[in-house]
Design a protein around this ligand. Structure first.
Ligand SMILES: [Zn+2]
Ligand SMILES: [Zn+2]
Length: 431
């Protein structure tokens, strides 16, 4: 069974999240998106946990859950994100971690133990005063099948390799528990080819998830992992990740990294950016307007830590495809401002979106599988062409920087006519 999984989201109990982050809305929009396995988000938070326990039921002892009375077949896995603060080499390191638990009950028990490190009721994503190694050790004592991995590993703030408060080697974070880490969540601003340049990351599964703060399909599931599972169960997912099993982990779905908010450097407040890695080095990472430090881009950080050239691909790499939210592509195809969330919520956009989903089944069917000529007939040639470009990895994007999303450029007729058809990949090629 093919599973499109978004393993990291938040509930409405995390800071800056939509009040609509409740189980029914999440389930409803996940079905539109075509995501069929979701992290619960925030499973340590007492109030959210209570909602999860009343609103979900376990599926036949599988460690996976579904919404009680839910109309859609969406699986949930017990999941949270936590922040740790620890000192390494005389400097405070602030890092986010994703935790998957084998059951809701395990998360309850973990919550009891983790209380000593911080207030787990303060926020859906609590800050814990604990060394990451001790966190991993504590969690494994409670739930030997739990899985911990660094979240959005390259983001400047609160991440493993972040330029501000991160480390240079995974061992500087997880110390003697590094062997218990099997995956890395790569975040929106980096893609697998960027991570392939660092040989020490070869043993990890590169995961992608949305970290979504809202249930709408332009956020939920915008990055995901495609699994092939015989009998979807928590144990099967964890085994696939621990064994880096390429017959179970087919690929990741990723936004182009330049679309991410931290791909290049810049200083948003002064309107400086995006600045390329080379130019940023020349500027010594100083903002020419205010003299403060530029927020260093993810590409710059990868360049600093890379021991392989651009374009290197490990022989056993897990594949990926670029995707972008359909609502943004619809807006773009109409020449409208796709970056304004209010616009993505207009009736005009939802009407086109829903008619496409009605015809093809889900957003991911549309993005990955639907024949381009059929898409053109159901919507417009402009939208069909944008999707075609996306599948060929040929959208032009002005890179994001310092919290500003990358800007997708409308396609040009010239670009279109130059490209042969065989470069287009579809999900079926992988199955
Ligand atoms: Zn985070
Ligand atoms: Zn500035």
């Amino acid at each position: 069974m093919k599973i499109i999984a978004d393993l990291q989201i938040h509930s409405r109990y995390s800071g800056a999240t939509s009040s609509k982050m409740n189980l029914h809305e999440i389930e409803y929009y996940a079905a539109l998106k075509g995501v069929n396995l979701l992290g619960t988000g925030d499973s340590l938070h007492p109030l959210w946990l209570r909602e999860l326990k009343t609103g979900l039921e376990e599926i036949d002892g599988s460690g996976l859950y579904r919404v009680k009375g839910g109309a859609n077949n969406i699986f949930f896995v017990t999941q949270t994100e936590v922040a740790t603060v620890h000192e390494f080499a005389g400097k405070a390191r602030r890092i986010h971690h994703v935790i998957l638990f084998s059951s809701l009950e395990m998360s309850v028990q973990a919550g009891e133990r983790l209380k000593r490190y911080g207030d787990i009721a303060s926020d859906g994503r609590p800050i814990l005063n604990v060394r990451p190694a001790e966190l991993v050790e504590t969690l494994l004592e409670i739930d030997q099948d739990c899985l911990v991995f660094p979240a959005h590993a390259w983001t400047p703030w609160w991440s493993l390799f972040g330029s501000i408060g991160g480390v240079d080697r995974l061992e500087e974070c997880y110390e003697d528990k590094s062997d218990e880490i099997y995956a890395i969540e790569t975040g929106l601003s980096s893609d697998p080819p960027m991570n392939w340049r660092i040989s020490s990351l070869d043993r990890f599964v590169l995961l992608s998830s949305s970290d979504s703060h809202s249930p709408y399909p332009y956020r939920l599931g915008r990055e995901a992992v495609v699994f092939e599972l015989k009998n979807p169960a928590y144990g099967e997912i964890v085994r696939a990740i621990k064994n880096r099993d390429r017959s179970s982990i087919l690929m990741t779905l990723e936004v182009p990294p330049s679309y991410g908010k931290y791909h290049w450097s810049g200083h948003r407040r002064c309107g400086v950016g995006p600045v390329s890695p080379q130019k940023a080095r020349e500027m010594n990472y100083r903002c020419p307007r205010c003299g403060r430090r530029l927020t260093k881009g993810v590409e710059d950080r990868v360049e600093e830590l890379a021991d392989r050239p651009v374009g290197y691909r490990p022989s056993d790499a897990i594949d990926f495809m670029y995707v972008l939210p359909l609502q943004e592509l619809i807006a773009l195809s109409m020449g409208a401002d796709y970056t304004t969330e209010m616009y993505l919520q207009t009736r005009k956009i939802w009407t086109i979106y829903n008619s496409l989903v009605d015809k093809f089944g889900s957003e991911y069917r549309i993005l990955l599988d639907a024949p381009i000529n059929e898409l053109a007939k159901t919507s417009s040639q402009e939208l069909a062409s944008l999707i075609e470009d996306m599948r060929r990895s040929e959208l032009e994007i002005i890179p994001g920087f310092d919290g500003v999303y990358g800007k997708i450029l409308p396609r040009t007729a010239k670009r279109r006519s130059e490209k042969p058809d065989e470069r287009m990949r579809r999900l079926e090629d992988y199955i």
